[in-house]
Design a protein around this ligand. Structure first.
Ligand code: KG4
Ligand code: ZN
Length: 353
């Protein structure tokens, strides 16, 4: 089966084509035939963040040319496609509607079924496309611009939430701190690049909920602490920016690492999967690798270029769902909706029902 996947939840338009294997079941991983991506970073940079209306309009411009390039690269035609998958949520409503609208129109024209995919499930399963894919069960640390969650993942669609942020997400903490330091958008990569030249312990910044005993996170206080430090430094900020960036990154990473280790200990699992944009952070990767190696835990990441939003993870999640017999959308129903706010727990409940 050939599955086309379309991602348009935020500021990246992604399209991909995967092929399911003959094997059935949870561990069967579809093959990625081709994928194409257009990032809107350059367009939003002038505004210091994502402008939703501009994002939607750009998705409209990009989605069909990207689809064509995926078909060309894979040597397939539209008529070969068996399923059309798209990101149904969470994300920006207008942006989601572009992907959903195009996917459903295309499927209707081809007389093929559609499958609406949860964006976080895409991130969660994306390490299966890496050269070192995980095996179920595992603990997942999902760290994106909008979400920070620890989950126990027992199989496709079998997700147990262990803890999550009670306010800002880790990516948001990177982005907001970077903005305070006058770095560009997206802030995460900019802040981590600057941090390389700074001292991790130059400033004492809070590690919220580090010893709370549960697996929840809180990052909202961190940006306030960064702002307070920046104000205190005044004119000296320019010379100490790299130190402040390094200290901010160290605070975020320490909390993420400690809580991931607690989740592994609580569940007794020996495998960790890291997914979402912040999973591209080099310091997070090196600290996790080191801490996990000491405990005999295997860590899996998506390929670097599949850490941030892309179509491959959406096509993959659709393929893995179909192979596991979990296609939850009504086939051939081309009426669609999108879910800008959509807890991952909802798709678990749906499966259990
Ligand atoms: O998963 P993603 O592409 O989009 C969402 O679903 O939100 O994640 C984007 C987030 C942004 O907050 C961005 O600053 C952060 O991931 N990010 C990073 C790095 N690369 C992307 N944060 C820290 N270090 C990075 N290298
Ligand atoms: Zn994402």
């Amino acid at each position: 089966m050939l599955i086309l996947g379309i991602e348009s939840s935020c500021d990246e338009t992604g399209v991909a084509l995967v092929q399911t294997t003959d094997e059935a079941g949870c561990d069967a991983v579809p093959r990625l035939l081709a994928h194409a991506l257009h990032s809107q970073i350059d367009m939003h940079q002038a505004y210091g963040g994502v402008v939703p209306e501009l994002a939607s309009r750009d998705h409209i411009r990009r989605v069909l040319p990207l689809t064509q390039s995926v078909l060309n690269e894979s040597g397939h035609t539209l008529q070969d496609i068996d399923w059309v998958a798209y990101t149904r949520g969470p994300g920006l409503a207008g942006a989601l509607l572009v992907g959903a609208g195009v996917a459903c129109a295309m499927a209707a024209a081809l007389d093929k079924p559609t499958l609406g995919i949860h964006h976080l499930e895409g991130h969660l399963l994306s390490p299966f496309l890496s050269a070192d894919p995980p095996r179920f069960p595992f603990v997942a640390l999902l760290v994106s611009g909008g979400h920070t969650q620890l989950m126990q993942v027992d199989g496709v669609g079998r997700y147990i939430l262990l803890g999550e942020t009670i306010d800002d997400a880790a990516g948001e903490a990177f982005d907001k701190s970077a903005k305070l330091l006058g770095l560009g958008y997206p802030g995460g990569p900019a802040l981590s690049r600057l941090a390389v030249r700074g001292q991790d312990d130059a400033f004492k910044l809070p590690r919220p909920l580090l010893h709370s005993g549960d697996l929840d996170f809180s990052f909202a206080g961190l940006k306030t602490a960064v702002l307070t430090q920046a104000k205190k430094l005044g004119d000296a900020l320019e010379d100490r920016k790299a130190d402040l960036a390094a200290s901010t990154q160290a605070a975020i990473v320490e909390v993420l690492v400690k809580k991931s280790l607690s989740a592994l200990q609580q569940t007794g699992l020996k495998r960790l999967v890291v997914a979402g944009g912040v999973g591209a952070n080099v310091r997070l990767r090196s600290q996790l690798n080191e801490a996990c190696a000491r405990r005999g835990v295997r860590v899996h990441y998506p390929e670097l270029h599949l850490c941030t939003d892309n179509g491959a993870m959406i096509a993959l999640a659709a393929g893995m769902r179909l192979q596991a017999g979990l296609a939850t959308d009504a086939p051939q129903a081309y009426a669609f909706d999108v879910k800008p706010r959509w807890p991952l727990a909802d798709i678990v409940a749906k499966i259990a029902a």
